[in-house]
Structure formats: structure tokens, C-alpha cells
Design a protein around this ligand. Structure first.
Ligand code: GAL
Length: 579
């Protein structure tokens, strides 16, 4: 992304500028020259905007953390700055202790309530402190998850060594110091079932508990994947009718995050759907539905790609006849049944997870069916995919990202919309290549996902992190927008041709605003204080460059490159940037 020099033409001085700021504004914000080129093997050489973090300590990561009473507490205080560093905390509630060299807080809390803690980090260069709220109650994931998932880079080629190397790289790259936490295995780890129906890992994962212990020993958390049908999307053993055993096994392995897909549940759903409809219809219609369902099931024994044309057209006809029968029911009854069908597997697995004495983040992956954002929270989901799978193209990323408007009102602390994982760095679903998104598109991707309070799951090969990708993932001011404790995701506040403005309120009373240009040419994008519901002079801060741009009276305007973004934070003049 290149924000052009802030010339008189590119900013709305006429309405906005304080005369005293004019000189300061006329100079382009300096790029962090010490850090301005990508040096690594990746072919993506974008302009690095994220400044190098100082040697003095700076505490990063979430400012609020939720835990359930009696469950193991696991939180690592993270900070950038020179090592060695020591950590301490004031007012840590009893039951918890902090390891001063690693920053790990462990223990258990029994009492519900909010604990206001002050965290301290100190090194040879100085010290700093930050407020941190620990909320013991029913809700976890008070801020969106930050982590890594194996799918977008390795897909079926994932194995123990690759997951360990991702965890190692999370530490050695320094990303762990910016609050990145989860190391999640996606599909393709499963084998069959052993004694008492307990799920086994396949030979690529010889010892899941040892892997989990190793991830935890680094101060990271461990995630896993399953599906509610008999098979996962990649055809491995999934959780259908073994939900309790799977949740129990995950608890034993020390799992902190479960991504729960939908694959192969379709057939189960059809059977449930038929039962529910049949129960509401006269006997002859009910019998007709059941015979159609049986016929469908008999055809579906043949895998989709091996079905004859005749079988395919019969399936279509069955659907038509089925719809014809159920059209006798009231639309609201049909809607209710359809909703119950898509909700059922998530309600079932929620119950299984609740039997485990561990805080396991529950992430639904059912692509937005039944408007999941409207009920995901009620059913105890901590996040839910709102769309199909992302890929590393502008069409896919922008199509998903910019279609999230309206979902924001359903998300908040403990329950997040998930427009899918990040496609920056070396991605490729088993065929690694540098992301096909241009640098400007990658800034758009990160900025939009931060504004949306999306879980941020890095999808690249962590052992191949280039400097540009690392800079995208280590900008604490951008990550702070994603992790803001108020948990109010952005919505679109204006759209004019190919330019759009998305904005959200932050806990400190400021606004985070993305000025996006989806067009093929640079474009001027502006936002007025009126559109943001604020008044009076405001300081505008460029979040990627971590630099105040000046004070503006009524609006801010910038020239934004094609497919790029200018991401700013707007706070009342006279207030300091919050830390
Ligand atoms: C898809 C899911 C992907 C990945 C894949 C694994 O349904 O959307 O993110 O998990 O299954 O098979």
C-alpha cells in the first residue's frame, strides 16, 4: 500500500486544518526507512509500513480475558522489546500466579466477577504497565482469536513436524510477542476410533498429547478440527454420534480451540428434516416424504462424482417432489424446521464441550447457513464462519470481506463473525506459493479483518515468513483494533462507486476507520465527522505507520491506491493516543 505524500491536494485542509498543523501536514509521513524493504525469499516485496518496535517494553495482546470458574487459566502476557524482560502484576486475584520470566499466568479462579489487574513489563531499557481485566464468568473469547491454522498452507499434507515448526516459528519470528496465540490443526489428523469409541490420531500425529504439551510449553494454545457428520470434508473420521467421546478426548489432549465443520452432515440433516416434516403432515404425505427420503439415501450411497446422469436427474426430481409435499406446511413452520436442522449439530456438540472442564473456544464452520450470525451466540458458539472458503485472489478476499456489512450487529465479546482465515504469506493448500494478493490487497485484507473483529488465523507456512508478511502481522496498533475490548465490529458507513468507508467505535471513545478503494485507479476517499457521529476537531492517526497526521475540523480525505486502504484512528483533539 502506498499512501501518497500528504499534499494539499490529498487532504481536506480547506475545511479541516488547523493553521498550526499545516507545516507538519505538508511533509510526507516518513516511512520507516530502517525497515523498508523485504529481504527474504518470498517474491512479495511490498512497502513495509509497520515501524520497528522500540527496545523499551510495550505490552501487547488483549486487554481483557475471560475464563470459566474452576477451569484451568492459561494466559501469556506478551510484550515487545529487548530481552530479557520480567513481568509482574498488581491485584492478580488469588488462585492465579504469574511466571515473571515467561509472563505466563496460570491457576484457576473460582469466584465469578471482574478483576482489574495492572500488568508490568520491565527490561534494561525501561518499564511499562497496562490495565488488564480478567473476567471470570460464562464467557470466553472476549476478543477474537489470534493464531495460526494449517489448512490454507498444508491442507492434507499437515503433520506433527509441520505443526511443531509453526509453533517454533511463532516464537522465533517474534509474532508471539504481539499476542498471536493459537496453533490449530485443521482437517486430516484423524484415524479411526479406539477403546470406548475414543478418536485416534493417524500416523502423521504419533502423540497428540505430547504435541499439545509442547505447544503449551511455549505459551501458545492448541486447536483441533472436526465435523458433525460421520466424515470430515477430507473424508477422515468425524464426530457423528461420538460427540461426547471427541470432546472428552480433546479435553484430555489439552485442546483450547475446536473448529467444527459441516461436511457429511448433509445426509444426517436430510433424515432429521424428513422426520420433522413428517411429524407435521397427514399420514399419506408423511409416508410419501419417507419414501422419497429412502430413495434419495439409496442413490446417495454412490459418491457424487460416480453417479449416473439418470441418478442425478432422479435426485433433482426427488427434491422437487419433496418440496411439493412440504409446501402444504406454513412457511414459518418450514423456516423453523430448516433452522432447527442446521442448528442441531452445534447444539449437540456444545453440550459435549460443556462436559469438559476446560475453556475450549467453539468455532463453527458451516459457511453461514441459516444466517448463523443471528443465532450463533445463543447456541454457545464463540465464532462462526459467515462464508465459503477464501482463496488468495482479490475476487475471493474482497468478495468475502466487503460482503460482511450488516453482520456486525450480531458479534461482540465472546461471539465473532468469521469471514475465514488469512491468505497472506506462503499459502497454497498443499502447493505453497506466495499469496497472489498484491501488497495493497494484503493491506486491505488485514485492515478489513481487523475492523471486522474477525478471528485472525494466519494461513501461511510460518517457517517461510518474509519480512513483508511479518510486518503485516506485527502492527500492534492494527491488532489493537481487532482486539478492542468493546468488541464492536465495523460496518460500512458509506459507499460511493468503487470506494467504501468502514468504521467502528473503540473502547477509548475513538473511531477506527478504513478508507477503501476497490477500483482499478487511485481514488480520493473521504469521511466526515458527521458520518461518524462525532463533533469538533479530531486527531487522525495513520495506524499502519503509527503516526498522527494532524488535527482536522470536519472530515478527513486521502488518496487511496487501487485495491488499497488508508486505515486511521480518529480521536478528539487534545487527547493522547491510548496505549
Ligand atoms: C472446509 C473448511 C476449510 C477446511 C476444510 C477441511 O469445509 O471451510 O476451512 O477446514 O473444510 O477439509
Amino acid at each position: 500500500m502506498r499512501i501518497p505524500p500528504l499534499t494539499l491536494a490529498s487532504l481536506s485542509f480547506t475545511i479541516g486544518m488547523f493553521p498550526s498543523m499545516l507545516m507538519a501536514q505538508a511533509a510526507p509521513p516518513s516511512n520507516n526507512t530502517s525497515n523498508s524493504t523485504a529481504t527474504n525469499t518470498s517474491s512479495v516485496v511490498g512497502e513495509i509500513l509497520t515501524p520497528k518496535h522500540p527496545a523499551t517494553p510495550r505490552i501487547t495482546g488483549p486487554k481483557v480475558f475471560g475464563v470459566r470458574p474452576g477451569n484451568p487459566f492459561l494466559f501469556k502476557v506478551t510484550a515487545t522489546g529487548e530481552r530479557p524482560m520480567t513481568f509482574s502484576a498488581d491485584n492478580l486475584p488469588s488462585g492465579l500466579s504469574l511466571d515473571s520470566s515467561s509472563g505466563m499466568i496460570t491457576g484457576t479462579l473460582q469466584e465469578r466477577g471482574t478483576n482489574a489487574v495492572t500488568l508490568h513489563a520491565k527490561n534494561a531499557q525501561g518499564e511499562t504497565s497496562r490495565l488488564f481485566r480478567i473476567i471470570c464468568g460464562d464467557t470466553i473469547a472476549l476478543t477474537p482469536a489470534l493464531g495460526w491454522n494449517s489448512w490454507n498452507c498444508f491442507a492434507g499434507a499437515v503433520d506433527d513436524a509441520k505443526v511443531r515448526s509453526a509453533a517454533d516459528a511463532m516464537v522465533s519470528s517474534g509474532l508471539i510477542d504481539h499476542g498471536w496465540t493459537y496453533i490449530n490443526i485443521d482437517d486430516c489428523w484423524e484415524a479411526g476410533r479406539g477403546t470406548n469409541g475414543m478418536i485416534q490420531s493417524n500416523q502423521k500425529f504419533p502423540d497428540m498429547k505430547a504435541l499439545s504439551d509442547s505447544i503449551h510449553s511455549k505459551g501458545l494454545k492448541f486447536g483441533i478440527y472436526s465435523s458433525p457428520g460421520p466424515k470430515t470434508c477430507a473424508g477422515y473420521t468425524a464426530s457423528y454420534q461420538y460427540e461426547d467421546q471427541d470432546a472428552e478426548q480433546y479435553g484430555k489432549w489439552g485442546v483450547d480451540y475446536v473448529k467444527y465443520d459441516w461436511c457429511s452432515y448433509g445426509k444426517v440433516a436430510n433424515a432429521i428434516r424428513t422426520e420433522k416434516y413428517a411429524a407435521m403432515l397427514p399420514a399419506d404425505d408423511a409416508a410419501k416424504l419417507k419414501s422419497l427420503a429412502d430413495e434419495r439415501a439409496a442413490i446417495e450411497v454412490t459418491p457424487g462424482n460416480k453417479r449416473t446422469e439418470e441418478q442425478k436427474s432422479r435426485l433433482k426430481a426427488i427434491d422437487g417432489e419433496f418440496k411439493g409435499v412440504i409446501s402444504k406446511l406454513k412457511p414459518e413452520d418450514r423456516e423453523r424446521i430448516e433452522l432447527e436442522v442446521v442448528q442441531e449439530p452445534y447444539a449437540v456438540f456444545r453440550k459435549s464441550l460443556d462436559k469438559v472442564k476446560r475453556d475450549i473456544l467453539f468455532s463453527y464452520c458451516q459457511y453461514g447457513m441459516g444466517k448463523v450470525w443471528e443465532w450463533g451466540e445463543k447456541l454457545g458458539g464463540n465464532s462462526w464462519r459467515t462464508t465459503g472458503d477464501i482463496t488468495d485472489t482479490w475476487k475471493s478476499m474482497s468478495g468475502i470481506g466487503f460482503s460482511q456489512d450488516g453482520h456486525e450487529k450480531f458479534a461482540g465479546p465472546g461471539h465473532w463473525n468469521d469471514p475465514d482465515m488469512l491468505v497472506v504469506g506462503q499459502v497454497g493448500w498443499g502447493h505453497p506459493h506466495p499469496s497472489r494478493l498484491t501488497p495493497d490487497e494484503q493491506y486491505t485484507h488485514m485492515s478489513l479483518w481487523a475492523l471486522l473483529s474477525s478471528p485472525l488465523l494466519i494461513g501461511c507456512d510460518m517457517s517461510q515468513l518474509d519480512d513483508f508478511t511479518k510486518s503485516l502481522l506485527s502492527n500492534d496498533e492494527v491488532l489493537d483494533v481487532n482486539q478492542d475490548p468493546l468488541g464492536k465490529p465495523a460496518g460500512r458507513i458509506s459507499m460511493n462507486g468503487t470506494v467504501q468507508v468502514w468504521a467502528r467505535s473503540l473502547e477509548d471513545g475513538s473511531k477506527a476507520v478504513g478508507l477503501f478503494n476497490l477500483g482499478d485507479q487511485p481514488a480520493s476517499v473521504s469521511v466526515s465527522w458527521q458520518e461518524l457521529g462525532i463533533k469538533g476537531p479530531q486527531i487522525v492517526r495513520d495506524l499502519w505507520r503509527q503516526k498522527d497526521l494532524g488535527s482536522f475540523a470536519e472530515k478527513f480525505e486521502a488518496t487511496v491506491p487501487s485495491h488499497g486502504v488508508v486505515l486511521v484512528k480518529i480521536r478528539p483533539a487534545g487527547t493522547a493516543a491510548s496505549k
